[in-house]
Design a protein around this ligand. Structure first.
Ligand SMILES: [Zn+2]
Length: 268
């Protein structure tokens, strides 16, 4: 038997307009060992953490949520804009076929109940979405590449194919890097400009360093608004992963070889 951890402390993510029967959260780090960049709860199995520790955390979370281990679904993210739909057909696949279907995917959509869909992030923006009336939920990982590629818009389209309606979709962004912490090179600013983002609205310059800082949350809000989501339906967590790196994982602060914050949604 694996030694089961104590309860995982979850940060509840609230929508502006509550969606009945839906639970959304981000995992948090507690009692952090500052010498260990994986210290805290990490469910991500491809960032160099000990496999048994990852499994232990997944089992603990599943038990805490009252679901089975294979009800926790998370993609193997690659900063792509690919969306996978988790349906009965996916659920009927063997585990290796499921893993294949989740390879290179950065967003998930489902209309199933009891399935926990989530993404792993360390500074990137985790986005959860729900249309309670249609019973369609989604989650996306938006780093700067995914944001430039408008992954949030792709997710909305896939939700609508499953019966959701843009005017009813509620959105919440979980803990992510704040604009002050997100210094980028000019090539990143150029990428946003080439993708026709309103650069003046999302980029500011640090007066001392002259470096550009991008507001990834505002950029994703703009993508969602352009996709038809009412701006009043978008909630944005003000928790910064880098400022609060002892509570959330931050690749900028801890290095790329570190744990990830798991942000997920499920409907019961
Ligand atoms: Zn910050």
């Amino acid at each position: 038997m694996l030694p089961l951890s104590i309860m995982i402390e979850l940060l509840t993510l609230d929508f502006v307009h509550p969606v009945e029967g839906v639970q959304a959260f981000s995992t948090t780090r507690v009692d952090v060992d500052k010498r260990n960049a994986y210290s805290g709860v990490n469910l991500c199995d491809y960032v160099g953490d000990d496999a048994l520790r990852v499994l232990d955390s997944r089992i603990t979370l599943a038990m805490q949520l009252g679901v089975d281990l294979d009800d926790l679904v998370m993609p193997r993210q690659t900063h792509s804009c690919r969306v996978a739909v988790i349906d009965e057909r996916f659920r009927s696949l063997d585990i290796d076929k499921q893993e294949e279907a989740l390879e290179g995917v950065d967003a998930l959509v489902t209309a199933l109940k009891g399935v926990v869909i989530g993404v792993n992030t360390a500074d990137c923006v985790p986005i959860i979405l729900a249309d309670g009336e249609a019973g369609v939920i989604a989650v996306a990982h938006a780093g700067w590449r995914g944001t430039v590629g408008r992954i949030a818009s792709s997710v909305v389209k896939d939700m609508c194919r499953q019966g959701a309606s843009v005017d009813r979709i509620q959105v919440a962004m979980g803990p992510s890097i704040c604009q002050d912490c997100f210094e980028v090179g000019d090539e990143v600013v150029e990428a946003f400009g080439q993708a026709r983002f309103d650069v003046d609205a999302i980029v500011k310059r640090n007066n001392d360093t002259g470096k550009a800082h991008i507001d990834l949350r505002a950029a994703n809000s703009a993508v969602l608004a352009a996709a038809g989501i009412p701006i009043d339906n978008i909630a944005v967590s003000q928790h910064c992963s880098r400022c609060e790196h002892d509570r959330f994982f931050s690749a900028r602060r801890l290095g790329i070889n570190s744990g990830r914050t798991f942000t997920a949604i499920l409907q019961r």
